[in-house]
Ligand binder design. Structure first.
Ligand SMILES: [Zn+2]
Length: 259
């Protein structure tokens, strides 16, 4: 039988507190000297690029690993009739966009316009994230006109909660007015130096009317620049319980926050 004295118990408790504090410190401090795994989820090929392309390029420039995790392959007619129709166009476009941003594409296997949010899909999506072990996760802001965007926002948020809120969590905006609505940023990233690469990545999605949609997104990044004092900026809502702020601005030590 193991007898634990009061003194030993106090020592064990103190040790546990010390370990807990160290773990907390470890998860809350931006680790600029460690390679981060950044996952940017999107309802369709193109969404992460339009919403976060300048930020993605900045992470890549800092030597971090970025994965663009698309909910579907942009195929039409899924699932019963033509399971992969259109993905022979959209998938190569996504691969080209990722090449430009120095990111890796990944696909969650759902179907364009037929997003499913239920118990099985929550588990499946969380499994994908657990395999990737992210340090930073981005997803769509959930007040959005497109059901696929709302779906991946719920899937990503559920995974973050059930994985213990261990990594930084941000919402992004895309195609404001038509898709994102009621978005009030907490943080901004200066994309002046990377906007040309973001533009090239968005234009890699040549089948998706980039003249129209990039023009709209440029209005947003210019306005976010006016708000934050940069020429052009991407804006984010950081979850209030997100451990630390690991945006490129924060890692570089010159982060801008709203208010
Ligand atoms: Zn979309």
């Amino acid at each position: 039988m193991l007898l634990i004295s009061r003194r030993n118990l106090l020592a064990i408790s103190a040790g546990a507190i010390h370990v807990a504090a160290a773990a907390s410190q470890e998860t809350r401090e931006p680790r600029a000297n460690r390679k981060l795994k950044v996952i940017v989820t999107g309802g369709h090929p193109g969404d992460p690029e339009y919403g976060c392309g300048g930020t993605i390029a900045r992470y890549a420039d800092l030597g971090h690993e970025v994965v663009l995790l698309y909910l579907n392959r942009g195929e039409k007619g899924c699932p019963e009739t033509t399971p992969n129709a259109g993905s022979d166009v959209r998938v190569p476009e996504a691969r080209k966009a990722c090449e430009i941003l120095k990111a890796r594409p990944a696909f969650a296997g759902q179907c364009d316009g037929h997003a499913i949010v239920d118990g099985a899909h929550y588990d499946e999506f969380r499994g994908l994230l657990e395999a990737e072990k992210p340090d930073v996760l981005f997803t769509h802001w959930p007040v959005d006109g497109h059901a696929d965007h709302r779906a991946i926002s719920m899937l990503a948020y559920d995974a973050w909660l059930r994985m213990g809120k261990r990594f930084a969590f941000y919402y992004y905006e895309v195609s404001d007015g038509e898709d994102t609505l009621m978005f009030l940023p907490t943080d901004y990233v200066d994309i002046s130096a990377t906007e040309s690469r973001k533009r090239a990545a968005c234009y890699a999605h040549a089948s998706q009317a980039p003249d129209k949609f990039y023009s709209l997104q440029s209005q947003v990044t210019r306005f976010r620049g006016i708000e934050s004092g940069y020429p052009q900026a991407e804006a984010y809502i950081r979850h209030a319980q997100s451990p630390g702020n690991w945006l490129p601005e924060a890692i570089a030590g010159s982060g801008k926050q709203a208010g």
